[in-house]
Design a protein around this ligand. Structure first.
Ligand code: MSP
Length: 577
């Protein structure tokens, strides 16, 4: 190892402080941080794709709690509709009973997966019904909803009328539409296309309306092509498992006015008030332009990017209160989207039983880049767990505690003077500086994109949890390299004073690194984070509680002199296959 001579603390302190100041700016988000997910259809049980989205939201929500923000995390289930009605019929039970069963499966999964939400949106809830009906009535009274007759080809699978645009080059409707029949029907329509120009101007005025930006471009193109209005009803004769239109009891509202409104009905929205400013304070505090709505790429266009934004605009939300849409990709299997109809779903419960919750959370967050697709592979899950968690992080924890027990009787010593900032391979930068820098990068990856000083040596996207995880891993790897380079077993044999100082500094740096890692990894792996703190014997009075972790504690040098660490216990036993 080079750079054995200590670096003057005065040199380092200024760098470290500057970095810590930079890092602190990410800790400021004033209002409640409101995050939502898509609500899942309850016609079939959850699969890994559903689990991914909810864990992603949970990780971002936990990260904000870690920052000290007040968080409101809303998720839930989409319980009405034709598919549920059909599945219930097939099962020979009433739709209400049917959705009770599938809803419970989602609730149980989120509990098992440690998805910690603050409110639960179930669309059969009377509170939601009141909100949907209030909104529909207002729009009807304002002439935004009208009745019309439509005749044409209808896709039973996609539950929509088709136009010639949906025909393939052979003039036929492709297999994606399933059975197609000719239908003539009266229904209610929402004046969608009237708001097209507004939507274009909103999108053009906000470069991060949709994350990632290539999705914003896709949305813009789709809005340019927008024509026609949105059918929002079904006659009860055909579908009665839905919310009745308040102005016509022969119809229920269909799909989007029921599903999308969940985001506001469960956040305290008052349907009587026709503009945002008149909404209850609690609602306005939650719902701002920083509200993050996580959705899959299949429901950006047209559902969220067009219908939802226009609906919000039509019911009186100003541009300054339009949410941000965070669009994730799909987990595929062998290149094809995982879905019940394709028969290629992966059951998250089976994976949890086999590998544990944390292994699944880690894989789902670590092996897909936010916004992109990924191919699900059990081999990769095992590999990522074994390499990153068992070999790197688990090993660092184990060897650190073993060495502190062996060489220091389990008691770490606060490094003297300059040695607090242990010099690493690069003599111009200390070990602690490396870590503070990595924490800064981690924070930027976990946040929505912001403008940063261009001098910083990294680029980042928004909510790229996988990249944030890589940073944590780099801290663990750096700790392992420190062990190998500094060889504490040699230092322990040498009785010189300088060896003793170095040994203290190395072991202290390792323990501090583990303390940082636990905090940073806590949004992704809450149980493992507690495991690390328990073994470090740190903040034991908060063991098991989320408040144990705070980003404000990621300042170097918090472990006190003489702190006694616990016994090493394997945290990530290798998965043998
Ligand atoms: N109920 C509608 C959404 C209404 S939101 C007001 C719906 N439900 S869903 O159950 O089909 O999908 C719920 C979410 O899971 C969507 O965001 C969807 O993109 C996501 N996923 C479903 N399958 C997926 C994968 N295979 N991979 C990743 N996420 C995918 O759409």
């Amino acid at each position: 190892m080079t750079g054995w001579k200590p670096i003057l603390r005065s040199d380092l302190a200024s760098d470290t402080l500057a970095l810590q100041r930079f890092v602190r700016q990410f800790q400021r988000v004033p209002k409640t941080f409101f995050i939502t997910t898509a609500i899942d259809y309850t016609n079939s049980p959850p699969h890994v794709g559903h689990a991914y989205e909810k864990v992603l939201a949970d990780v971002i929500a936990r990260y904000h709690r870690l920052k000290g923000d007040k968080v409101f995390f809303l998720t839930g289930v989409d319980q009405h509709g034709q598919k549920v009605q059909q599945s219930a019929k097939k099962a020979g039970i009433a739709p209400a009973e049917f959705v009770k069963g599938t809803t419970q499966k989602f609730v149980d999964l989120w509990k098992k997966l440690d998805v910690k939400y603050d409110a639960w949106a179930a669309t059969t809830d009377p509170l939601h019904k009141k909100c949907v009906q209030g909104i529909l009535q207002r729009l009807f009274d304002e002439g935004q909803i009208y009745k019309d007759r439509q005749a044409g080809y209808y896709s039973i699978r996609q539950e929509q009328f088709l136009t010639d645009k949906e025909r393939g080059s052979d003039g036929q409707f492709g297999p994606e539409w399933g059975e197609v029949e000719f239908r003539e029907e009266e229904n209610y329509y929402f004046r969608l296309s009237q708001h097209r120009d507004w939507l274009l101007s909103y999108i053009d005025g906000r470069s991060d309306a949709v994350i990632p930006d290539f999705r914003q471009k896709e949305l813009r193109n789709a809005v340019e092509r927008l024509s026609g209005d949105l059918c929002i009803s079904r006659p009860k004769s055909r579908l009665d498992w839905g919310i009745e239109l308040p102005f016509d009891k022969d119809f229920v509202t269909y799909v989007w006015f029921d599903a999308l409104t969940n985001y506001i009905s469960f956040a305290g929205y008052d349907p009587e008030m026709n503009n945002y400013e008149k909404q209850p304070e609690e609602f306005r505090e939650r719902w701002t332009k920083d509200t993050i709505q996580i959705i899959g790429k299949d429901i950006l266009i047209p559902a969220h990017g067009i219908y939802w934004l226009i609906m919000l605009h039509a019911i009186g939300f100003p541009d300054e209160a339009m949410p941000q849409l965070l669009v994730h990709g799909w987990w595929n299997l062998g290149g094809a989207k995982m879905s019940k109809s394709a028969g290629n779903i992966i059951d998250p419960i089976a994976l949890i039983e086999k590998y544990g919750v944390e292994a699944l959370r880690y894989y789902l967050m670590g092996d897909i880049a936010t916004g992109q697709d990924a191919d699900f592979s059990e081999e990769r899950l095992i590999e990522r767990y074994n390499v990153d968690l068992a070999n790197s992080l688990g090993n660092l924890l184990n060897r650190t505690l073993t060495m502190v027990a062996k060489y220091q009787d389990s008691r770490i010593a606060f490094p003297e003077g300059e040695w607090l900032h242990y010099p690493d391979e690069d003599p111009t930068e200390s070990y602690s500086d490396h870590i503070v820098k990595k924490i800064g990068i981690y924070k930027s990856h976990m946040s929505a994109g912001r403008t940063l000083p261009i001098t910083l040596p990294f680029t980042f996207g928004s909510f790229v949890v996988n990249a944030a995880i890589t940073n944590i891993l780099e801290i663990a790897n750096q700790g392992n390299s420190l062990v190998e380079n500094a060889a504490p077993w040699k230092l322990a044999k040498n009785i010189s004073e300088v060896s003793k100082i170095k040994l203290n500094a190395v072991l202290y740096s390792l323990a501090e690194s583990l303390r940082m890692i636990a905090i940073l990894i806590s949004p992704v792996l809450p149980k493992a984070a507690h495991g690390i703190f328990d073994q470090l014997n740190w903040k034991m009075e908060l063991s098991g509680k989320d408040q144990r972790f705070s980003l404000a504690d990621t300042e170097w040098g918090r472990l006190p002199d003489g702190h006694v660490v616990g016994k090493p216990v394997p945290l990530f036993p290798r998965i043998e296959c």
